[in-house]
Design a protein around this ligand. Structure first.
Ligand SMILES: Cc1cc2nc3c(=O)[nH]c(=O)nc-3n(C[C@H](O)[C@H](O)[C@H](O)COP(=O)(O)OP(=O)(O)OC[C@H]3O[C@@H](n4cnc5c(N)ncnc54)[C@H](O)[C@@H]3O)c2cc1C
Length: 491
């Protein structure tokens, strides 16, 4: 059933067993899973389509030291916060690209050279849920064979191994699963309603109801036995921090961890190098439902104290390719551009760019806090403070170095390290801000995604990841949502 929040009686209180806040990849997955297990309310800030006034609720500020001179000159540490997510039914899956890959086992481990690494669960705890996530994200079941051997034709040393990202169509969760959710007799979906406050019992350890406001001025409450915050990695901490009337530091934030440890993915590009044609063929130029990435083995990462980094090849702009070809190949002969670009099958050399997929470190100083400015519904806006650590920089430069060495040693190509230039690009992935852990002093939720300080408030989404891996997050968001549903059904 679909209900516009503006039609709900002003100041009234709705009752349900389970209230899911947010209808992105996590919220839709949870609603589907829980619909046969009691009465569910799904609340969504936006409508069924984009709305500029709702988009503006996500505006915020960014502080920190810029990553590079280019960023500094643009006075930009990060993208504008409202452009990194979509706020209507289906959430950011309305605009995601769809790259999917499970997190590899090492991401869950405590890696001694990465402070604050280590999850309270292991990769095997998610193995059961990834196949179901593949179905929901419409990813080929081949995803499980991501380490298969076809990348081996390059004969890199065993320090490097081929991996793959698989491609969702991309599944728009708000479209693909709309009918199923809206036609369900047990799910009531309230759109155009933003949760602005979480209100607890007198003791302060149980959420009794949430307050919902609409841009048009209506407001009402929802009372539930259990609540799930599934509003994305920036709004999850923002809602908790805004709930600061009963809990001065914000809800579930006695230890001042909510909003800390923000992580993203960075995709810097290394300027052109020359590689064998077959390398680029494998990276998916002719088959876009998957593309190849190279990663170092966990042993190499440990030896060089590296965060996880994936490296993919991608085509270059004509000018970039031409300039590189001139500098590397130039003889007295004029260079024929077609002989060095990837369109041409008659030559065995190709100019390509390496794109890095970087895991950034969990740093408590990278954090979401509230600014003084308020949005139209009276909620304090966000400030995101973040900057790169020495470990982040070391991992990027050392990985490029090691990769270039491998490329040369193996005879697969050359990389122009002397001209290394990191161009900025981010993933729009918001990770770590309500991290999972066993110790409430440095985490917000437990291994079941329940908040340590609350009896009935759960969190879904990449904000619970303690570390990011280099993989895109949504596949794991869905797997974790399926696991949370299992837990809720069992308890
Ligand atoms: C351009 C782009 C490309 C991307 N490409 C990829 C990719 O290739 N692979 C990948 O893995 N990931 C990708 N992502 C990230 C991916 O979209 C997110 O990881 C995923 O959508 C997060 O799911 P979620 O359910 O946690 O949150 P969201 O999808 O952000 O959904 C949260 C929902 O909660 C609602 N909400 C927020 N606050 C409130 C409130 N107070 N009350 C009620 N409702 C609220 C929002 O309106 C929204 O609908 C991309 C993102 C962008 C922006």
């Amino acid at each position: 059933m679909l209900i516009d929040s503006n039609q709900v009686e002003h100041n009234s209180t709705l009752k349900t067993d389970l209230c899911i806040i947010g209808s992105g990849a996590a919220g839709v997955t949870l609603a589907r899973e829980m619909k046969a297990h009691g009465d569910v309310i799904l609340v969504e800030s936006g409508g069924l389509d984009f709305n500029m006034e709702v988009y503006d609720l996500n505006r915020g500020s960014v502080s920190g030291k810029a990553w590079s001179a280019t960023m500094a000159s643009k006075k930009l540490q990060y993208m504008y916060l409202q452009t990194t997510r979509h706020s209507f039914f289906g959430g950011s899956t309305n605009c995601w690209t769809g790259f999917c890959r499970p997190l590899e086992a090492s991401v869950f481990e405590n890696r001694a050279w990465i402070p604050h690494s280590g999850w309270p669960i292991t990769r095997s705890d998610l193995d059961h849920y990834y196949p179901q996530a593949a179905i929901l994200c419409e990813v080929s079941e081949q995803y499980a064979q991501h380490e298969q051997s076809d990348g081996r034709q390059f004969k890199f040393s065993s320090d490097l191994r081929p991996a793959k990202e698989h491609k969702s169509p991309p599944t728009r969760f708000g479209i693909k699963y709309r009918d199923e959710i809206l036609q369900s007799k047990t799910i009531r979906t309230y759109i155009n309603g933003t949760v602005t406050n979480l209100i607890c019992n007198a003791v302060g350890d149980t959420v009794e109801r949430v307050e919902i406001k609409t841009i048009a001025g209506n407001s009402y409450f929802i009372e539930a036995g259990r609540f799930i915050l599934a509003t994305g990695g920036l709004e999850n901490p923002r809602i908790l921090l805004n709930a600061n009337k009963q809990h001065k530091k914000g809800l579930g934030n006695e230890n001042d961890v909510v909003g800390r440890f923000f992580m993203e993915h960075l995709y810097p590009k290394v300027r052109p190098g020359l590689t064998a044609l077959s390398a680029v063929r494998w990276t998916g130029n002719d088959k876009f439902d998957e593309f190849g990435i190279w990663t170092f083995t966990p042993e190499v990462r440990k030896q060089h104290a590296l965060l996880n980094v994936g490296i993919a090849f991608e085509s270059t702009e004509k000018n970039e390719a031409y300039q590189f070809a001139q500098s590397v190949l130039s003889t007295s002969k004029a260079i024929d551009y077609d002989s060095v670009t990837n369109d041409n099958t008659h030559y065995d050399s190709i100019v390509t760019r390496a794109r890095l997929h970087i895991e950034l470190s969990p740093n408590p100083d990278n954090r979401v806090t509230l600014s003084e400015e308020r949005d139209k519904l009276g909620m304090q806006r966000l400030n995101l403070h973040w900057q790169f650590s020495e470990l982040d920089k070391h991992s990027i430069y050392k990985s490029v170095d090691l990769f270039a060495l491998e490329l040369g040693k193996s005879g697969n190509g050359r990389m122009s390290i002397g001209r290394l230039s990191l161009l900025e690009s981010f993933g729009a992935h918001h990770i770590g801000t309500t991290r999972m852990g066993n110790d409430p002093k440095i985490s917000v939720v437990d291994a079941n995604c329940k908040m340590h300080e609350l009896t009935n408030l759960y969190i879904a989404g990449s904000s619970v990841f303690p570390t990011a891996g280099f993989e895109n997050p949504t596949f794991t968001i869905v797997a974790l949502a399926l696991r949370l549903a299992d837990h809720l059904r069992a308890s």
